[in-house]
Design a protein around this ligand. Structure first.
Ligand code: NAD
Ligand code: MG
Length: 384
């Protein structure tokens, strides 16, 4: 039996990995919509390859180019923010939310509202919307499957168990490419150095987040919403080999962990096939060859991001959305050469100090907080 699927952010790193898995079992999938921000040519090529019904560009100015590349294919093309949400509202068995940043919030919420299954990679959407999103998931009876490798690991370790029996959830962090750098060295880090992740091949934004540890900070908040056992039961440990993707310790002293190669096709495959399993052609985990697994406590002096995220999570309300928006603005400015690496966390901290709106109660509220926090973060920017 074929299953219908839509992929939002189909031209990105998670999109590539997802489509690669679909290729290995082409007849099992019926592709409804594929989206990109612009990348019109790549999107059109993918839409043709997978026989998609609809291709959507988030940036409406790219629609004429998309139409041109799809000419004669019979594939419908649309563009703009509303078009993305409309596409996400089309019923499918599984929707993959793989847009980067809060830009994915609208489409992810629209996908959740159809009440089927949403495979969530777009962590910024959940971090920003928090309870607004989890309430929608509950209201529509949607199955939300985490794709983020840590959360997918935790999800797997929780299967068949009761959350009430969990003592700790431990998120592992690779520590990123700058793990061993001193504070002085961090001041001089270039975008090229920051995006050169030792274990994972990812989009630019998450690669910088991994270098600052904001990725783990966002994941801490993501875990809090996905697995509601309370903030004090969530821990972070640095594990540079990225072999253990996260762990759950139960009250009897048993700790369950999920291990696997550092390849996003593993957690994506687990979400696509859930609750069954599917084949992947990845090399099996070779622990004898890896030899050693090591663990360190996070250093929040050199990498304050996890502390900022934990504080924002404790503050609750709008704070995580403000943290996320400020981080998105700061990361873009860093990648653009406007600010230094260490200014990213400084800008996030200052934005949180200067902008503390009331808790958002709706999607519109979250989007308004996001927009305002972006403006506030832009004002906090000092030249590099
Ligand atoms: P990416 O930059 O490689 O791809 C992002 C995708 O989103 C592209 O298709 C792009 O066209 C689209 N996009 C970007 N801005 C948009 C906008 N304003 N409107 C509409 N579409 C837009 O990013 P990625 O690495 O694939 O990450 C995607 C999401 O998955 C992020 O939230 C990231 O944190 C999460 N994630 C990624 C990985 C990974 O290994 N890459 C792992 C875990 C979680
Ligand atoms: Mg992750």
């Amino acid at each position: 039996m074929t299953r219908s699927i839509s992929i939002f952010g189909a031209t990105g790193s998670i999109g590539d990995s997802t489509l690669d898995l679909l290729r290995s079992d082409r007849d099992a999938w019926d592709v409804a919509a594929l989206s990109a921000n612009c990348s019109a040519e790549k999107l059109a090529t993918l839409a043709r390859e997978f026989g998609a019904k609809l291709a959507v560009v988030g940036d409406e100015s790219c629609l004429p180019e998309l139409r041109q590349h799809l000419d004669g294919s019979g594939i419908e093309a649309t563009g703009g923010k509303q078009a993305l949400c409309d596409a996400a509202a089309m019923p499918v068995d599984i929707s993959v939310a793989a847009i980067v940043g809060c830009a994915g919030l609208g489409p992810t919420m629209a996908a959740i509202e159809q009440g089927h299954t949403v495979a969530l990679a777009n962590k910024e959407a959940l971090v920003s919307a928090g309870e607004v999103m989890t309430a929608k998931v509950a209201e529509h009876g949607t199955t939300l499957l985490p794709v983020d490798s840590e959360h997918n690991a935790i999800f797997q370790c929780l299967e068949g168990n009761d959350l009430a029996d969990v003592r700790w959830i431990t998120l592992t962090a690779s520590g990123g490419p700058l793990r061993t750098k001193s504070l002085a060295e961090l001041e001089a880090v270039t975008p090229e150095q920051a995006v050169a992740h030792p274990n994972w091949d990812m989009g630019a934004k998450i690669s910088v987040d991994s270098a600052t540890m904001f990725n783990k900070g966002l994941e801490f908040i993501e875990a809090y919403h996905l697995f509601p056992i309370g903030l004090d039961a969530l821990r972070i440990i640095v594990h540079p080999q990225s072999v253990i993707h996260s762990m759950v310790e139960y009250r009897d002293g048993s700790t369950l962990a999920q291990l696997g190669p550092s390849d996003m096709r593993v957690p994506i495959a687990s979400a696509l096939a859930y609750p069954a399993r599917m084949d992947t052609d990845l090399k099996p985990l070779d622990l004898a060859n890896i030899g050693e697994l090591t663990f360190f406590a996070p250093d929040e002096e050199r990498f304050p991001a996890t502390k900022l995220a934990r504080e924002a999570a404790h503050a609750g309300g709008a704070a995580p959305a403000v943290l996320n928006a400020a981080n998105e603005v700061a990361v873009a400015a860093f990648l653009d050469g406007q600010i230094r690496f260490t200014q990213i966390s400084a800008i996030v901290a200052r934005t949180l100090d200067n902008y503390a709106p009331p808790a958002p109660a709706s999607l519109d509220d979250v989007l308004a907080v996001d927009a305002e926090a972006r403006a506030c973060a832009a004002e906090m920017m000092e030249p590099a």
